[in-house]
Design a protein around this ligand. Structure first.
Ligand SMILES: [Zn+2]
Length: 265
């Protein structure tokens, strides 16, 4: 797989096969203890189901050399064309980048949009205001949500309940700027299946200390694993990460990676 290099974003330069991936749990990242590894490179990349005619930019940032950079995401060349090709209906939005002042960090993003509807027509409780980079991830995430719901629960997904995207703030626990400040993150609370059943992180994820026995918990965990392992999002946080995420999944497209989908090791 060869990704087209875009001058504005060297992180998009990818080489087939031998990616040395850096897994950096956020706690370790913050104290400079990132651990490089290459053991699961084969898991980390996957082509979207229908290969688009443009480079599949917009997924997780796998470049370890820019992990320390926390700033608004780089624009993606031809982003709107990519979104249309991915079957996303959207409208442009304005979220100009504003430099930090007072207690507020730098906020905003160059390419903002309101995500009206994805490739499968899944409804949202509120149309997400997101960066283009995140929107491309959402389109892939919808397919994975639906595939896993059909496989594990025998139902398709008709609705996603999201808990917020753009929010100019620092992280709740860490003195880092949240990707929510760039509309480059989204929180997922629940999905509703075609038969009307609502599957929520709060009620259905199950205890993190136990292997899940209920189908709904297996569904939620399988989704989280695929979204991280297939490089749909850079960061995937679940109740495994901390108690702040007991009731939602957090997805973002930071330049560093965090796998918050498994027990801490
Ligand atoms: Zn979040």
């Amino acid at each position: 797989m060869v990704f087209r290099a875009l001058p504005s974003n060297p992180a998009m330069v990818r080489v087939s096969g031998t990616l040395a991936l850096r897994q950096c749990r956020l706690r370790a990242h913050l104290v400079g203890l990132c651990v490089a590894f290459s053991g699961s490179a084969s898991q980390a990349l996957a082509e979207p189901p229908a290969a688009p005619s443009v480079a599949p930019a917009g997924g997780a940032d796998l470049d370890p050399s820019n992990d320390e950079v926390v700033s608004p995401p780089d624009p993606i060349e031809g982003c709107e064309a990519r979104l249309k090709e991915a079957g996303v209906e959207f409208v442009r939005a304005e979220l100009p980048v504003k430099p930090a002042h007072g207690k507020l960090p730098t906020c905003g993003v160059e390419q903002a949009l309101v995500y009206k509807r994805g490739p499968l027509g899944i409804r949202y409780n509120a149309a997400p205001l997101v960066s283009c980079r995140l929107a491309l991830g959402l389109a892939r995430a919808e397919r994975i949500l639906d595939e896993e719901a059909r496989r594990v629960l025998g139902q398709s997904v008709v609705r996603i309940e999201q808990g917020g995207t753009y929010n100019c703030r620092k992280m709740a626990r860490f003195k880092l700027v949240s990707e929510h400040s760039y509309a480059n993150a989204i929180d997922l609370l629940s999905v509703t299946l075609k038969n009307g059943q609502r599957v929520s992180v709060l009620s259905n994820f199950g205890k993190t200390s136990e292997e899940p026995t209920r189908r709904e918990a297996r569904f939620l965990r399988a989704v989280a694993h695929r979204l991280y392992d297939e490089g749909v999002f850079s960061v995937v946080l679940t109740p495994f990460f901390d108690s702040l995420h007991r009731d939602h999944f957090h997805f973002d497209q930071a330049r560093y990676r965090v796998d918050g989908t498994r027990p801490a090791t």
